[in-house]
Write a protein that binds this ligand. Structure first.
Ligand code: CUA
Length: 156
């Protein structure tokens, strides 16, 4: 009978510590940010033009209804500055900068990320409606900042 009782206590203690442990991990992960980081890959900002996929910026089909769009940002332009993708396709934006920090925002969507020299930022988007979407730099980058725009054309 004694053993039985102790076993129960240890079992409760064990489950209790497990819960504490899991909640600490959960809280830790939460504080690191609600969104996964968008820039995990590094790049030499001096060699953007020679580094794939930025050596050939633009739209590339990578699978069935799946596209990768490589974009190079530099004060004060996007290369390329017009991107055409079909409606309903999965589009992976892969973005870097050759100079200073820029912001990559597609107006009216949840795509909004910082683009820092030395890093590759990525975002995935499915455009459900055809039309034109404005891409803008939303991080102050110098005198031409307000003119730094591009567009996505979503076709049928
Ligand atoms: Cu680039 Cu603001």
């Amino acid at each position: 009978m004694h053993l039985h009782k102790y076993e129960k206590i240890w079992l409760i203690f064990g489950i209790g510590s497990l819960l504490v442990f899991l909640s600490v991990i959960g809280v830790g992960a939460y504080y690191k940010g609600q969104q996964p980081p968008s820039c995990l890959t590094t790049i030499d900002p001096e060699k953007v033009d020679q580094t794939a996929p930025f050596d050939q910026p633009g739209v590339k089909q990578v699978g069935d209804n799946h596209y990768q769009v490589a974009i190079v940002m530099q004060a004060f332009a996007f290369t390329p500055n017009t991107i055409k993708v079909p409606k309903g396709a999965t589009v992976d934006f892969v973005v870097t900068t050759k100079d200073v920090v820029h912001g990559f925002e597609i107006a009216g969507t949840n795509v909004n990320m910082m683009v820092e020299p030395g890093y590759v930022s990525t975002a995935t988007k499915v455009f459900d409606k055809k039309g034109e979407y404005l891409i803008l730099c939303n991080e102050y980058c110098g005198t031409g900042h307000h003119m730094m725009t591009a567009k996505v054309e979503v076709t049928d």
